[in-house]
Design a protein around this ligand. Structure first.
Ligand code: BGC
Length: 406
């Protein structure tokens, strides 16, 4: 990761302070993000998706958690991220019997029903919980593999403590990656989603090169990776950009993640550039990114975390200025106390008539959403604003400038 000079960090900070209000300047917001995530992490290592939001309370998602852990890993919270991956490994190890049954059934050509696949979220104690949920989602299992290997690489850690769970997750994904399942937004279980495939490919690729698997298993992983890449290349695009699911040419804000941080599509390739251009044209209003055009959840607002994913993709494609603008927009959604929401209204909802019914059902929009904070940390780190624990703490307390003070 590139290190930037203090002058760059300061220049960035000055730029930020020109638009951000004094209570939530970037440095304070980054420090708050970091503290919020680490302080809310449970003793078991789980990250709550959102501490008070009714529908998420008491649960930790593999998807949210892996990106949150990745965010804090990039700013030097090594222990926090490791404890989250320990939690993932415990959950997976505890479900070893179920995974073995799923793998055997798939091999015998009689795959288990969706209801017997692993859930997407668990209680902090690692149990499935009793609530009805749109549970069968494969992406988070790929994302945790990708994230734990990236964490070990980044900090020179031994993967040994996670090795058994990595192997089990690999077996689970290799056996079942072709299955339709719910997507990042817990919708459309009938479809094969391109973002889900991207997360699985990234995870299997990470497992392939991390040295934990070998022999026939490694060969099966290589084959699955090649097949997933081929499926994305042949049926996951409309020729110009990635698409939402196989057979549906719509866009989805989650597709940026395949460019960065997952890196399964080169951001500067024609497909990468086409995806950035299409998302920017179709899903961005006023700097913030929608999930997809037909979104009605809480009226269909713009998501800070998706704006950070777009920023990461733009940065990977070499567009630093626009990546910084994404960070600025995401940061600008912070509340007075520095909490980032799941989504914002801002008078730009796609389907405002649906907002109240969600408020009646679940209460106000989830705030803080830890995943939003994790993505802000990751984008800031990649921009060189908060690259390590040491420089992050320096960047968190910059000397006030004339502009900042005024
Ligand atoms: C989102 C998921 C997310 C979950 C917890 C849902 O509303 O659609 O992507 O994992 O909230 O944050």
């Amino acid at each position: 990761m590139p290190q930037y000079q203090a002058s760059y960090v300061l220049a960035t900070y000055r730029k930020m302070t020109s638009f951000m209000t004094s209570h939530s300047n970037l440095a304070v917001l980054l420090r708050h993000s970091r503290e919020l995530i680490t302080s809310l992490q449970t003793p078991s290592g789980a990250y709550p998706a959102s501490p008070d939001f009714s529908a998420y309370q008491g649960f930790c998602w593999f998807r949210d958690g892996s990106f949150i852990a990745d965010g804090v890993s990039t700013v030097g919270e090594i222990d926090s991220a490791s404890r989250f991956y320990d939690w993932c490994a415990r959950v997976i190890d505890n479900n070893k019997g179920q995974i073995e049954r799923i793998v055997a059934a798939a091999a015998a050509g009689e795959p288990v029903p969706d209801s017997q696949m692993l859930p997407t979220r668990f209680t902090f104690d690692g149990l499935p919980g009793d609530d009805e949920w749109w549970d069968f989602q494969l992406d988070g299992y790929g994302t945790w593999l990708w994230a734990v290997v990236a964490h070990a690489d980044r900090h020179g850690l031994d993967l040994g403590r996670w090795a058994d769970a990595i192997v089990l997750t690999v077996d689970y994904l290799v056996s079942s990656w072709r299955r339709p399942c719910f997507d990042w937004w817990e919708e459309h279980c009938e479809a094969v989603h391109i973002s889900t495939l991207g997360c699985i490919q990234a995870g299997l690729q990470a497992a392939e090169r991390c040295g934990v698997i070998g022999g026939a298993r490694a060969e099966a992983v290589s084959l699955a990776v090649a097949q997933i890449a081929d499926l994305i290349a042949t049926q996951g695009t409309d020729g110009a950009h990635l698409i939402k699911w196989i057979g549906n040419p719509a866009l989805d804000g989650s597709l940026s993640s395949l460019l960065a941080p997952l890196g399964v599509i080169a951001a500067d390739s024609p497909l990468g550039q086409g995806t950035i251009a299409a998302i920017s044209a179709d899903l961005v209003v006023g700097g913030g990114v929608y999930r997809f055009r037909a979104d009605t959840f809480f009226g269909g607002g713009r998501w800070p975390l998706l704006t950070c994913f777009l920023g990461l993709a733009k940065l990977a494609a070499g567009n630093r200025a626009e990546a910084l603008a994404c960070l600025e927009w995401a940061a600008s959604t912070a509340t007075e106390s520095g909490d980032l929401p799941e989504q914002v209204d801002g008078g730009e909802l796609l389907a405002p008539e649906f907002k109240q019914e969600w408020i009646d059902k679940w209460g106000d929009v989830a705030t803080p959403l830890l995943w939003s904070h994790g993505m802000l940390l990751r984008l800031a780190a990649d921009l060189g604003i908060c690259p390590t624990a040491h420089t992050c703490s320096q960047a968190s307390t910059p000397a006030p400038t004339q502009e900042a003070a005024s």
